[in-house]
Design a protein around this ligand. Structure first.
Ligand code: SF4
Length: 246
């Protein structure tokens, strides 16, 4: 994987200006408590609650989360992972990012192999999983029909991602999929030049931080071989290398 300069300008002037006295753990807890009660997107509110009410047959006896899914991980993380949105019967059911579905079954073993997770499995919020030096966020916090949030819904949700970035000040941002990539680039600049999504692409942001692109670990990509275990492992190796470039 090669890296290149991404000529972007920091549009969000406050992005890395969080006062030092802010405690990340408390700030993230406060933010997550706001996220889980959000109802800004009427279409997504209806859909997430409908999915939680109807349920998949295999989970009929479970109580679905059915709310926005907050961020998850290490409050001191230097790596921020940005996914797309909750899975209908994964995190919309369990209430934790990438937990309880096939995408998580691909993601967490990779994070475990790379040393970012203390176990390779993620089945519920109470399964004991902890992440090290890595925090997982998303472009949208509510499950969208057909996995497609609208631009307006992504705009509604963007302030949550901005605040996570303000609090964490990540050194490396790993975008899982094009929508997450586009959202991060949009946040950084109205005029991005030379930033194109490609698996393994690395861009140095003008803040001195790194943007690393990966295909999303959805079944659509993993079952077709578009994203292999080796390709995904290489992403996390690269993320660790970039941390050494601080
Ligand atoms: S997608 Fe984001 S902004 Fe929209 S209702 Fe869910 S949490 Fe709120």
């Amino acid at each position: 994987m090669s890296s290149s300069k991404c000529q972007v300008q920091l549009l969000l002037k406050t992005l890395y200006l969080t006062p030092k006295y802010m405690i990340p753990h408390k700030s993230l807890n406060q933010l997550n408590s706001e996220i889980i009660v959000c109802r800004k997107c009427p279409r997504l509110v209806v859909w997430r609650e409908e999915v939680a009410r109807v349920k998949r047959r295999a989970y009929k006896d479970q109580e679905y989360w059915g709310k926005p899914v907050p961020g998850f991980g290490d409050a001191s993380a230097r790596v921020l992972v940005v996914g797309l949105a909750p899975g209908a019967h994964g995190s919309n059911r369990t209430g934790r990012a990438f937990t309880g579905d096939a995408s998580g079954e691909f993601l967490y073993p990779a994070l475990y192999r790379a040393g970012f997770a203390d176990q390779p499995t993620a089945v519920s919020r109470g399964d004991g999983l902890t992440l090290k030096d890595l925090y997982i966020a998303a472009a949208a916090r509510c499950v969208p029909p057909d996995n497609k949030p609208t631009p307006e819904e992504l705009n509604n949700c963007q302030p949550y991602l901005q605040r996570e970035m303000e609090i964490l000040k990540p050194k490396v941002i790993v975008c899982l999929g094009r929508i997450a990539f586009d959202r991060i680039v949009k946040m950084y600049s109205a005029k991005n030049r030379g930033c194109k999504f490609a698996h393994g692409a690395v861009y140095e942001l003008m803040t001195g931080h790194w943007l690393l692109c990966s295909y999303h670990p959805s079944q659509q990509n993993t079952l077709t071989g578009k994203l292999t275990v080796q390709m995904f492992d290489d992403i996390w190796v690269k993320a660790k290398e970039l941390l050494l470039n601080e």
